[in-house]
Design a protein around this ligand. Structure first.
Ligand code: PMV
Length: 335
């Protein structure tokens, strides 16, 4: 049988017995990839080519309520605004609900979702969005499923969402199975209480090319892409070892190298793909300057122009002097 999102979801869901759906609210944190996922071995199932590792952002994420309603059509609100049926977001959300409806019967929902993080500007709102939606619908039907199934179901909505079903460091193994049943995220058994993430927002404008499209374009056209999986594997191993030893210097260097390799790989696509603005480059250089002046800070960036800074609590004073408006998150404290 051909694997598609519906058949994969069915396999997981038919092992459970649903209750009558009820109103349910769930929360999922956004996550920032420390070692990025870029490139799919299966686009329909969001199966990645490489393993990735992220840090969840505590209280920054998505709150989603699903409420069963009469009628045939879902009603969706995102950040207090109705989402039109012609909008692509409406399509993705209803498609995700269909994964459950195919097993549990036709049921329309009112979905009310709001982000505590900027939407679609490379700040990982689709990850927390699909993770929260998945958890809310699982909760609505009272399903008893293992965490791996939560992660797989979230992945079917958006790849990186599979890492937003947990807190702390989340490791998404690419897996090798064609149906992706071995491709889900698990938490690393490791805390780093002094670790901080600073969000340096350059713009909250919607990005010009989605991650989905950008990823596809890079894998298809970048002359550097063939090198990406092996470099990412090296970064991942080094980052995991550095986390275990709480070796911040190695950790920061590897995370930053991974991010810059990722952006260089996109730039080598044709037509070139660049998510940076002139301000992005200026801020990257300000991080490098801060380091030259002895501040222990590193950066990472996703498919967007904004920067995320990594540092430990003993650097906060110096960091705040350079970036007074930085939004600082303590991933292991503010949960
Ligand atoms: O899950 P998507 O389709 O939003 O892609 C996420 C891609 C990156 O954020 C750039 C990297 C990652 O691993 O999260």
């Amino acid at each position: 049988m051909k694997n598609n999102a519906m058949s994969v979801a069915k396999k997981l869901l038919q092992k459970t017995v649903p209750l009558a759906p009820k109103t349910y609210t769930a929360y999922a944190p956004a996550n920032i990839a420390l070692c990025k996922y870029w490139g799919k071995r299966n686009t329909a199932l969001n199966l990645p080519i490489n393993d990735s590792l992220s840090i969840s952002l505590g209280k920054k994420g998505t709150h989603t309520t699903v409420e069963p309603i009469e009628g045939l059509k879902d009603i969706i609100f995102l950040n207090h605004q109705p989402v039109l049926k012609t909008d692509i977001t409406y399509h993705y959300i209803t498609q995700h609900l269909h994964l459950f409806r195919q097993c549990f019967g036709q049921q329309a929902f009112r979905v009310i979702s709001h982000n505590t993080i900027a939407t679609a500007a490379g700040l990982a709102s689709s990850a927390s969005g699909f993770a929260a939606l998945t958890q809310a619908i699982i909760g609505s039907y009272g399903l008893s499923l293992p965490q791996s199934s939560h992660s797989i179901l979230a992945r079917l909505g958006s790849g990186s969402a599979c890492r937003s079903i947990g807190y702390g460091f989340m490791w998404w193994q690419a897996g090798t199975r064609l149906d992706g049943q071995d491709s889900f995220a698990t938490p690393l058994d490791c805390q780093w209480p002094t670790l901080q993430v600073g969000i340096l927002t350059i713009t909250t404008q919607k990005k010009h090319i989605s991650s989905r499209e950008g990823m596809q374009h890079t894998t298809n056209t970048s002359i550097l892409y063939p090198r990406w999986p092996q470099e990412a594997a090296k970064h991942l191993q080094a980052i995991k070892a550095a986390i275990k030893q709480q070796d911040f210097k190695t950790f920061g260097e590897q995370v930053e190298q991974n991010a810059l390799t990722f952006h260089a790989t996109m730039l080598a696509s044709w037509p070139p793909l660049c998510y940076w603005t002139p301000d992005t480059l200026q801020h990257i250089q300000s991080v490098w300057r801060a380091r030259e002046n002895g501040v222990k800070v590193y950066l990472t960036m996703d498919a967007g122009p904004n920067l995320k800074l990594l540092f430990e609590s003993n650097q906060v004073k110096a960091i705040k002097q350079i970036w007074p408006n930085l939004d600082i998150i303590q991933p292991f404290v503010s949960i």
